[in-house]
Design a protein around this ligand. Structure first.
Ligand SMILES: O=C(O)CC1=CCC(=O)O1
Length: 263
């Protein structure tokens, strides 16, 4: 469904139980809510599973950029208010995990647990993101697709025919949406605010992740008191695609550990 939030409309997909404990998923740069397709059927019954396409991606609006991280967080905040969600577990991958950190800082009433997947309080440098924006504005997303696949997936997975689908998803992303989100990442440094978080948190890293290597994920996880860390061996930046069973098991165990699964 399309949810109209006033100055922006977001594409939202709901699965599971309408009345169950809410779990919200935020996608990474160059993907859509379909990032989670393989995970949804592997999660426990009875949960309200809400996925959305980040602004500039998939079926959501593509406002003129650059975007700020504040705008991405406000999108999530207004979406959850609109859907009358409280006390969700918010699962964000990469830029989605930055939104998760910012949302928990701003609106702790909305979030009772976080999964920070393949993300960090700060990712890359402003110059690196500007170089990427310049590259796609010149040659489109296809021009960076090979290097992105190397960060997204392990060498082994890159041999598989499945990669074509994900590469196409990247190439189909609107240049303005992708560039807008690159600018949001470039301007984000959550080290201080994330260090003030105390809610239950699981951080997930992929041993072959070329975008947010395990040490970077761990550094952010260690800022959050009482959080835990799980390394998925042999997976790149999108372990939910490469190793869905392992990923879903990690989520399920975390949801059980904080009492977020109905009996
Ligand atoms: O570098 C990539 O393409 C991966 C990535 C960085 C931020 C994000 O959301 O995805």
């Amino acid at each position: 469904m399309i949810v109209d939030l006033g100055d922006i409309s977001l594409r939202v997909q709901e699965d599971g139980s309408e009345t169950g404990p809410p779990v919200v998923f935020a996608n990474s740069l160059g993907t859509t809510h379909a990032l989670w397709d393989q995970i949804i059927p592997l999660l426990p019954n009875g949960l309200r599973l809400i996925r959305y396409d980040m602004r500039g991606h998939g079926g959501s609006d593509v406002p003129t950029g650059p975007y700020s991280m504040g705008a991405l967080i406000r999108d999530a905040e207004r979406l959850l208010d609109h859907l009358q969600v409280r006390d969700c577990v918010f699962i964000g991958l990469s830029i989605g995990g930055m939104v998760a950190q910012g949302l928990a800082t701003k609106r702790l009433d909305l979030v009772r647990g976080l999964v920070l997947s393949n993300t960090a309080a700060k990712m890359g440098t402003a110059q690196m993101w500007q170089d990427r924006i310049d590259a796609i504005q010149k040659d489109g997303l296809a021009g960076i697709a090979d290097s992105v696949m190397e960060r997204w997936f392990s060498k082994r997975f890159r041999m598989s025919p499945e990669v074509a689908r994900w590469r196409q998803m990247l190439v189909d992303t609107p240049v303005d949406g992708y560039a807008g989100c690159c600018a949001a990442i470039a301007g984000t440094d959550f080290y201080t605010t994330t260090a003030g978080l105390t809610l239950p948190t699981l951080a997930i890293a992929g041993s072959e992740d070329g975008a947010s290597p395990p040490d970077l994920v761990r550094e952010t996880q260690e800022l959050i008191k009482g959080s835990r860390f799980q390394l998925i061996r042999g997976a790149g930046h999108l372990p939910c695609v490469e190793q869905p069973e392992v990923y879903a098991d990690a989520l399920t165990e975390f949801l059980h550990s904080i009492g977020h699964v109905p009996a």
